[in-house]
Design a protein around this ligand. Sequence first.
Ligand code: HEC
Length: 173
Amino acid sequence: MAGRAHVSIAAAALMLIGAIGVGAQSSAPQDKPKAAGSGWTIPADAEAEKNPLAADASAVPAGRQLFKSNCQRCHGPGGKGDGPDADPDNEQDMDLTNPKRAARNPDGVVFYKVWNGRQKPKMPAFKDKLTKDQVWHIVSFVQTLRQPSSSLVAGRSSLVVNQRNFTTSSPIK
Ligand code: HEC
């Protein structure tokens, strides 16, 4: 038990350092496009693109409905990557609640992931199915799923994620 608590504290410290590191990096003036070589098609200036619905309180509930009908079958009801059509091998990459990805996925990046989709592992492109406005609604909702890494409470939930990784030793992407 004592050993485990020790590991938890170490994990929390790592998370904090990680969060600070990522924050500092993303404010650097000439960032490379994030998704280069990752399978996603993300324009270089996507990161700077703002969600036009950011201040719209009704965007999140509307986005939740759109998520249910378009995304839940793969990403699962809570966005954990455990929907009926999910491939268990990709569950970690499909986990939209992973706090480690929050800093790397500002609104514009999430928008283009959904808009353009990807080949392998396959996520459909939604540009033929949804309007830009609908996708921005979904972005508003999806960003509420990511557990923030900057508060004390979130620090604790990050711990859980870290412990899981310690036991499975599978990398978080
Ligand atoms: C057919 C299954 C499928 C559907 C439907 C689907 N996705 Fe995905 N999605 C995936 C897979 C597989 C990945 C992981 C790709 C990888 O390896 O990085 C993924 C990854 C993502 C990611 C990147 C992971 C992250 O944390 O940023 C986002 C964002 C995302 N999906 C959002 C959505 C949204 C929003 C919808 C609905 C509009 C949706 N997806 C519908 C299969 C799906």
